[in-house]
Ligand binder design. Structure first.
Ligand code: PFF
Length: 495
């Protein structure tokens, strides 16, 4: 059997919306404000902008050039570059898939909070409510055997929605949904930011973004944090840009597109932070809680601090609360479908399974894995997965970026990528880009990776070490099996 018909974007707008939707996610909403605050406030914008150009745009360009030139899935691209590299592709895809399994769960928590927010059902103590009433965190590991029904159902709903979208044809599914959700997301964020600026005490919060701590610039960790944020926020190394670019028709403008996507993503997170900081400023003034205690990251910010804020906000919270959680939902869903697309593409191309069937199989397996996070011990296991795979920028995600830099910078003929970009762009790239990808990025990402591995190893307790060991074995064995399985698609081996 040979290939099936290839998908292609029906408009540049659909591609761009899907790309921005893939990038704008939980990382922009609840990771960036904390990273910004903990790394010097206003002065952080300097390493951040440097990272945006040096790492963000440069690396997206690699993914665009590769995807557009090969017009194949990641697994087949790496096989074409060198057949020994195919396991690397399956490793990257497995990392992406595992990240998706818990990312879906967090979006599921958010779905629960949309409903809770209408009545502020979390009561006077949102912290306890989150742990006891939403997550039902168990005190012992027996919790692994008890399903938490509300989380289980919401995880199912998110997987079901993701399945409904990705099983459809590219333009009808991802393209259309991104074109609807992204503008809605922007409108909601504009409403939240505009409202937050009217709150008493808002300036106490947003001035933090503009107050620089110049001494932070001499701290290497601040630069590494900026790099880490760009990797996470632009979804680098996850085969998303590569997959989406492989669906572009001839005549597309690659560099121009990458610049727009990167700026939109960063613009979104900076703009959104103005709202988050203003709301936290209001909380500081109205409750007396120190600002630095409020600027947490991740689920603590969304499901504990924000509910506390909504408690003190009065009737406006009945509108702003649901809007805030809907905003996370939309941002989360457009990222989930992007994460899944690259995984499905490689599977369906190698094993010649049609899009709908691949989507169904991937979502069913994903749902079963996600169910582990919907148990009494789920949130703790989720934390370990997150630390190991992505959020803290430890280990896996950075390894993926590093490997792609080395493969496309050193193993593949890099000048071919320069040619591809320059033939398909108004803005041209040249030698500087080559130096960045071949030398500067591997050094910076390598440094960040070593730092991440070191902090993971030194902070892991025996339980998380056990989970990480299992993950390591899975991440070695499964990719090898997938690479060894013979392709049903005979064209797969045509390099
Ligand atoms: N860029 C998206 C976000 O910031 O949430 C999507 C994403 C990035 C998901 C990295 C998961 C991840 F590890």
């Amino acid at each position: 059997m040979t290939e099936t018909k290839k998908s292609e974007w029906n408009s540049n707008l659909a591609f761009m919306m899907a790309m921005i939707g893939s990038a704008v996610g939980l990382g922009n909403i609840w990771r960036f404000p904390n990273v910004l605050y903990s790394n010097g406030g206003g002065s952080f914008m300097i390493p951040y902008i440097v990272s945006l150009f040096l790492l963000g745009i440069s690396f997206v360009l690699v993914e665009y050039a590769v995807g557009f030139r090969f017009k194949k899935s990641l697994a087949r691209i790496l096989y074409s570059v060198n057949n020994k590299l195919e396991p690397v592709a399956w490793f990257i895809l497995l990392v992406v898939f595992l990240i998706t399994t818990y990312y879906v769960c967090v979006v599921g928590w958010d779905l629960i909070y949309i409903f809770l927010s209408f009545t502020k059902a979390w009561g006077a103590n949102p912290d306890l409510y989150f742990t006891n009433n939403v997550l039902h965190v168990a005190n012992s590991w027996d919790g692994v055997f008890s399903i938490v029904p509300n989380v289980f159902v919401s995880v199912f709903i998110i997987w079901f929605l993701a399945w409904l979208i990705i099983k459809r044809d590219l333009n009808d599914g991802i393209g259309k949904v991104s074109k609807i959700l992204l503008p809605l997301l922007c409108i909601i964020v504009v409403v939240i930011v505009a409202f937050s600026l009217t709150l008493p005490g808002a300036s106490v919060g947003y001035t933090q973004i503009f107050t620089p701590d110049w001494s932070a610039l001499t701290n290497l960790n601040v630069w590494l944090a900026a790099f880490g944020q760009i990797v996470f926020s632009l979804s680098l190394g996850m085969a998303i840009a590569m997959t989406y670019a492989s669906y572009l028709p001839e005549g597309s403008k690659l560099v121009d597109n990458a610049v727009i996507v990167a700026f939109s993503n960063s613009g979104f997170e900076v703009f959104n932070s103005i709202g988050i900081f203003s709301i936290l400023g209001f909380m500081t003034v109205s409750s007396g809680i120190a600002f630095n205690e409020l600027v947490t990251s991740g689920s603590g910010l969304a499901f504990v601090v924000f509910p506390q804020v909504f408690n003190t906000m009065g009737p406006a919270a009945n509108i702003i609360g649901p809007l805030f959680f809907i905003c996370i939902l939309f941002a989360g869903i457009t990222s989930v479908i992007a994460l899944l697309e690259g995984v499905c593409y490689s599977i369906s191309e190698k094993f010649l399974i049609e899009r709908k069937k691949t989507a169904t199989a991937v979502c069913i397996v994903g749902f079963f894995i996600s169910s582990i996070f919907a148990t009494g011990a789920g949130s703790i296991i989720l934390g370990v997965f997150d630390a190991y795979l992505a959020y803290l920028n430890n280990f896996s995600l950075l390894l993926a970026v590093l490997m792609e830099c080395i493969i496309f910078g050193w193993v593949y003929k890099f000048d071919d990528l320069i040619e591809t970009l320059n033939e398909n762009s108004t803005i041209k790239v040249g030698k500087t880009w080559k130096v960045v990808i071949k030398y500067i990025l591997p050094i910076c990402i390598g440094g960040l990776w070593i730092q991440g591995v070191f902090s993971t190893i030194t902070t892991a307790d025996s339980f998380s070490s056990a989970i990480m060991t299992i993950l390591t074995v899975v991440l070695i064995v499964v990719p090898i099996i997938f690479a060894k399985l013979p392709a049903i698609n005979k064209d797969y081996y045509n390099v």
